[in-house]
Design a protein. Structure first.
Length: 329
């Protein structure tokens, strides 16, 4: 799951996957299955070789009766470039036909000096003249929709904020400035992030890539919705998951930051313990997550409980966390 999450954060991978999905939907599902191309009134030259031979044998029989050389040239033209070769095969293998009739027809086809014979217009038509255009348009629309979903996936947090009910709350920078952690450790942190949840951002799931100074990918960290209370919209978030992924570790470390109501509810607390260590959310509270080579401190910078048709201090109207990562190496 962590490896998949890592890949889905790469726009190139998402773009290639979207192209493949769109190609499968447009070509296989729509083009071959739902709306396959069907041909009607096809000319003889579009038949397989064995059917062209049958067509010419019928023309030989017909010429025996009407003796019209124009008729011969029309049938030859309708069969196309393979007519000469097919006639040679018929001559060498007359089957149940009269050899003299075959020879006369072949002679007329090869040596009769006739004026230019108008070729019959090819009545090749694709069933549903606009079907190809419709199919192309549907494919384009499908690709656009998939591309839109990719954008929504990549920008889900920003979009979620725009869709939130009420006017967006401005972040007061003087309360949420990043703390300088350098004096607390021998080495400065390799990464430092700030993330804010506001009530109404039902798609809240913020993640950050952790890279070394040389640009090497080391892992990821993030915060997402873990549990809600009540029903209806917007969702009332009562707990968040704070997680740390280390590419050099076999598992993702998670802690659950809970409202006071959720923390005091033993049934809910016990259920959320399966996701990670439960921590009571309080202003200034710090969470420590460690993996094989990474250490993360998550600090509650700001939190406000929501008010409404729910128990007191059961869901968050706002939560701001600072994530600071060190390399244990």
């Amino acid at each position: 799951m962590d490896a998949l999450r890592e890949q889905l954060n790469k726009p190139l991978v998402v773009g290639i996957a979207s192209f493949i999905v769109g190609l499968i939907i447009g070509l296989v599902v729509l083009g071959w299955w739902i709306w396959p191309v069907e041909w009607t009134d096809a000319a003889p030259e579009h038949l397989r070789t064995e059917f062209k031979e049958i067509y010419l044998r019928m023309a030989i029989d017909s010429y025996t009766l009407n003796q019209d050389p124009v008729f011969v040239q029309q049938r030859i033209n309708e069969v196309g470039d393979e007519a000469t070769e097919i006639l040679a095969d018929i001559e060498s293998n007359p089957e149940n036909q009269d050899q003299d009739s075959i020879d006369v027809f072949t002679a007329v086809a090869a040596g009769e000096e006739l004026g230019e014979v108008p070729e019959e217009a090819e009545p090749v038509a694709e069933e549903g003249a606009g079907l190809t255009t419709v199919l192309v348009v549907i494919c384009i629309v499908g690709v656009v929709i998939i591309g839109g979903l990719v954008v929504v996936f990549l920008l889900r947090d920003q979009i979620g904020g725009l869709l939130s009910s009420g006017e967006p709350q401005e972040i007061e920078t003087d309360e949420e400035e990043l703390v300088d952690y350098t004096p607390l450790d021998e080495e400065p942190p390799i990464a430092q992030f700030m993330t804010t949840y506001n009530l109404g951002n039902d798609l809240y799931d913020d993640s950050f890539s952790i890279d070394s100074q040389s640009g090497e990918f080391l892992g990821e960290c993030g915060v997402g919705i873990s549990e809600t209370v009540g029903v209806g919209e917007p969702k009332r978030v009562t707990a968040f998951e704070v997680w740390l992924f280390d590419k050099n570790d076999i598992q993702t470390v998670t802690q659950v930051l809970m409202s006071e109501h959720a923390f005091l509810d033993e049934d809910m607390k016990q259920r959320l313990e399966a996701k990670g260590e439960p921590i009571l959310a309080e202003p200034g509270r710090e969470l420590l997550l460690e993996t094989a080579t990474l250490r993360l401190v998550a600090r509650v910078v700001d939190m406000i409980y929501g008010e409404g048709a729910a128990p007191d201090e059961s869901f968050f109207d706002r939560m701001t966390l600072e994530l600071v990562v060190w390399s244990k190496a």
